[in-house]
Every structure is written in structure tokens, then in C-alpha cells.
Design a protein around this ligand. Structure first.
Ligand code: GDP
Length: 486
């Protein structure tokens, strides 16, 4: 897969104008655009809500130097900078988390953005003589599934179809894909196109993609991304296509095959390319949140699949050979943080191993990014910590546990939880060597991860704001924005 993607000349002009506009406003107040991505339910919404809340309330974040050194003077939400992009629903998400009872907010379904202005005292002597400085932080939330689409820009309908059909036949996927593959076999792709058949194929294909994403399977490499995360395109004809086997002989333009090929091309030009041009190409920093634990729960096929998805996602970062103008404007992602979220599902003694697993998952992608000058880091974090720690005795052994209330309907062995009962859970031991998680073997460890309710009975800051507990959120923030506040 190529590490850079072609853009048309018109795109380049679009990107340049966007960057010039950013640069123009940047003269008044410098702006840092932070992209937050990850596959569905990885933890993007929770990360952003926690990030904003901690900054706004001046929470205690010892690992975030600007805060712990007392240089961060204050933060406030600023006017929405971009009328064409929805605003991140921070207030609603926070209200859900602080409700009685607290609930997890609705997850990311489309792109959204929020601007927060940070006032700080620079360490730089010259700069500090001019008084306090301001940095606008634009946080851009978007589904990682959309990034899986970027490689499609370089692929013809024929190539994509062949790849998608062979993937559907792989073990682990073939059960979910059976109905779709059966349907494809009965369809004459050279026959006159008809909407009803196209509709049926698109539906069966989307159904297969959805099934592969359930907890049981947790498979992730499933472009086209908008089939699962349509955003504002829900119900649009741009999503009414599916992969087809290549017909032998000449393809008539009135055929079903030609119709779906045109739709595939339209999907690329009206969906994929504008996203890349208008949002993705303008990011400065990126956090990629990864729910490694969910894949570990589902087994080696899901882990290998997550690795493939992350490699695809990260290959899209605009590294290396940037176009001359973007180089001039210096718009290139220069820091990428890989964050294994939900570390509160594990006792802290396993966090290092979780980071090792994350490193193994992103190894090839990280090498590529480093090669082109971006700094990368991996951290095991919990943007919001829903558990505390304890120990239990088991057959004379002392086992480290986490204590929390599993969500209603969560199942462990023969127990189904009611959403009210607090439990102490030994999640199992993560292996020392992450490689073992990628292979099916007798030594595959037994791991138990459950979803927990958000934390209750929060302590308050001196100013009376609730404190959302976290694990290493401070270090994540420091890596992502700390240098711009120095
Ligand atoms: P996304 O926006 O689709 O990436 O996902 P969310 O941020 O909405 O997270 C999906 C779910 O994961 C939430 O509803 C929570 O159940 C869980 N989750 C996310 N972050 C955390 C975390 O830091 N700790 C815990 N315990 N659960 C989390």
C-alpha cells in the first residue's frame, strides 16, 4: 500500500486555500489541529470529553507540564471555527457522564469539532515579556473507519472487488459473509442493471460488514467505511454498491457491473476525497485510540485483523513526500500518539504489557511514521477510570483485581450482571510476549474483560467541579500539546 495518496490538482488547491486560511487566522492566534480517531467504540468520545473537561476545570494533571508548573492560566470554549463541520456535543456528553445515574454518552458517528482556547505563560523569556499567550486547540473527532477508505482512492472497482471478495471467503469471516456470497453467485453481473438487485447486494454486503463487527467477531478491516459509519450519508445512493466478480469479456455500460462500478467511483469522488481534502490533510497532531482489549477478548483472528486495520489506517497519514505548498505551510502531522484505551479494565501491574501489545499492533505503521519524521508514542490510558483496584485470594494465591459495576447484560461464565452489583474481577494475565496473542495455541491466555458503568460519587475540585478520574490522561495531553505551551 502506498504511503501517500494521490490528490488531484483541484484538491491541492483546496488544501492550500484551507491551510492559507488557517495560516491567516494563525497570525492572530496560533491554532493546533488535533485529530482524534480510532475504530468505532474505541473511546474517542470519552477521550475528547475528558480532555476538554480536565482543561476547562484546571484539574490536577501532574504529568502535563504546563499545568503542573502553573503556567496554564485558563481554558475556555471558543466560538465554533467552521460552520461546515458539526460541533462536538461536549455539554451533552458531559451531562450523560455526570447524570444520576451516570451513563456513557453516545459514541462518534460522524465528524465533529470543538475549539478550546488555552491561555498560558510561556517559558520563553522573550515571549513571556509580551504577557500571556493564547493557543487555539481545535479538536477534530472522526471515525477511523473513514480512514480505511483512503486506500480506495488508488484502487479500481475491479481491484477492490477482488480483494473484498477474497477477504469475505477467509476463515473467521465466511459465516457472516455466506448470505452475501450466495447472492453474488446467483447474480448475472452482465445483465441489464436494475435498482432492486443493486439494493439487495448492497444490503447483504452491509449486513455482512456489520456482523463481522459484533463483539463476538470484533473484526475491523472493513472498507468502505461509510457502510458502517454513514454519518450524514445514511440512506444515500452513494452507499448502494457491493463488490462483484470481474465478468469475462466486454462490460456493457448498461450492465449491473458497470452501474456498481460508477457508484464505487462516485463514492470515491463525493465521499472519500472531500474528507481527505477538507479535514484530514489539515491536521497537525493525531491520537489514535485503540481498544486492544476487545480484540483480545475475541481471539487471535480479531487481533490480527485489528493489526491489519491499524496498519491501513496509519498508512494514510500524510507522511513523507508532501506537496511543495503543504511543505511551505508546514502542515504535516508531526506527532502521533497511539493510546490503548480502557486500561482501567486491567490492574496496573498489567499496563506495561498492554503497552507492549499496543506497540506490537502498531509496529509496522509506527516504523513508517518515524521514518518520515513524525514522533510517535504508545500509552495505556483510561480517559475516564471506571474501576478501582483490589486483591482476592484464590487457592492461596493473591490475585490483583479491579473493582467496578459491570453494565447490565454483561456476561461472565454463567453470570449475567444486572447493572447494580459491584464486583471484584481478575481479568487474567496478559502474556509477556505479545506475539502469542496473534497465534491460536493451547497457551492462549484466558482473559475476561467486561464493560463497566461510568464512575459514581465523584470528588470535586476546590471550585466545586466534579473530577473525572483517569489513568495517564495527563501524559497523553502533555505529549499531544505540551510543547506548544512551552
Ligand atoms: P467512540 O466514540 O466510538 O470511539 O467510543 P466511545 O468514546 O463512545 O467509547 C465507547 C465505549 O467504551 C463507552 O461507551 C464506554 O463504555 C467505553 N469506554 C471508552 N473509554 C473508556 C475508558 O476510559 N474507561 C472505561 N472503563 N470505558 C471506556
Amino acid at each position: 500500500m502506498p504511503s501517500t495518496l494521490p490528490t488531484t490538482l483541484a484538491d491541492e488547491v483546496g488544501i492550500t486555500l484551507g491551510n492559507l486560511a488557517d495560516a491567516a487566522t494563525g497570525v492572530v492566534t496560533p491554532t493546533l489541529r488535533l485529530g482524534v480517531t480510532g475504530l468505532s467504540r474505541a473511546g474517542k468520545t470519552i477521550f475528547i470529553t475528558a480532555l476538554i473537561h480536565n482543561l476547562l476545570t484546571g484539574a490536577r494533571l501532574p504529568g502535563f507540564a504546563a499545568m503542573s508548573e502553573g503556567r496554564l492560566i485558563g481554558a475556555q470554549l471558543a466560538e465554533h471555527p467552521d460552520n461546515a463541520t458539526p460541533r462536538f456535543a461536549y455539554e451533552n456528553h458531559l451531562a450523560a457522564l455526570l447524570g444520576d445515574p451516570p451513563v456513557w454518552p453516545e459514541s462518534t458517528r460522524r465528524i465533529s469539532q470543538l475549539r478550546i482556547s488555552l491561555r498560558y505563560q510561556s517559558q520563553n523569556w522573550l515571549k513571556s515579556q509580551l504577557g500571556a499567550s493564547t493557543l487555539n486547540l481545535d479538536v477534530v473527532d472522526y471515525p477511523g473507519e473513514w480512514l480505511l477508505d483512503l486506500p480506495l482512492l488508488t484502487k479500481s472497482f475491479k481491484t477492490w472487488s477482488e480483494e473484498a471478495l477474497s477477504l469475505a471467503q477467509r476463515p473467521g469471516r465466511s459465516d457472516d459473509a455466506k448470505a452475501f456470497l450466495d447472492l453474488v453467485r446467483t447474480v448475472d453481473t452482465t445483465a441489464l442493471s436494475d435498482e432492486a438487485t443493486a439494493e439487495k447486494l448492497a444490503e447483504a454486503f452491509t449486513h455482512y460488514l456489520r456482523e463481522s463487527k459484533t463483539d463476538r467477531q470484533a473484526l475491523s478491516t472493513l472498507p468502505p467505511g461509510r457502510f458502517l459509519m454513514p454519518g450524514d450519508l445514511e440512506g444515500s445512493p452513494a452507499l448502494r454498491f457491493a463488490p462483484l466478480p470481474t465478468p469475462s469479456g466486454v462490460v456493457k455500460s448498461a450492465s449491473l457491473y458497470a452501474m456498481l462500478e460508477r457508484r464505487y467511483e462516485a463514492y470515491k469522488s463525493i465521499v472519500v476525497r472531500p474528507f481527505f481534502r477538507d479535514h484530514f490533510a489539515r491536521l497537525d497532531r493525531q491520537i489514535v485510540v485503540v481498544d486492544a482489549l476487545r480484540a483480545l477478548n475475541a481471539g487471535p483472528e480479531a487481533v490480527a485483523d485489528l493489526e491489519a486495520a491499524l496498519t491501513s489506517v496509519l498508512a494514510c497519514f500524510r507522511q513523507g513526500r508532501s506537496n511543495p505548498i503543504s511543505r511551505l505551510l508546514n502542515r504535516k502531522i508531526d506527532r502521533i500518539l497511539f493510546a490503548a484505551t480502557k486500561a482501567d479494565h486491567l490492574h496496573h501491574t498489567s499496563h506495561q504489557r498492554l503497552e507492549a501489545i499496543l506497540n506490537r499492533l502498531v509496529a509496522s505503521a509506527a516504523r513508517r511514521a518515524k521514518f518520515s519524521g513524525a514522533q510517535t508514542r504508545s500509552l495505556a490510558i483510561a480517559a475516564i477510570r471506571a474501576t478501582r483496584e483490589g486483591t482476592i485470594k484464590d487457592n492461596g494465591d493473591t490475585l490483583p483485581t479491579i473493582i467496578g459495576t459491570p453494565e447490565k447484560g454483561q456476561v461472565l461464565g454463567s453470570t449475567t450482571y444486572d447493572g447494580k452489583t459491584e464486583i471484584a474481577l481478575f481479568s487474567g494475565d496478559l502474556p509477556e510476549n505479545p506475539d502469542s496473542l496473534f497465534k491460536t495455541s493451547e497457551s492462549t491466555p484466558q482473559l475476561n474483560f467486561l464493560r463497566f458503568l461510568p464512575p459514581q460519587n465523584l470528588v470535586q475540585t476546590e471550585a466545586g467541579d466534579p473530577v473525572l478520574p483517569n489513568i495517564r490522561l495527563d501524559r497523553a495531553i502533555d505529549f499531544l500539546i505540551g510543547d506548544r505551551l512551552s
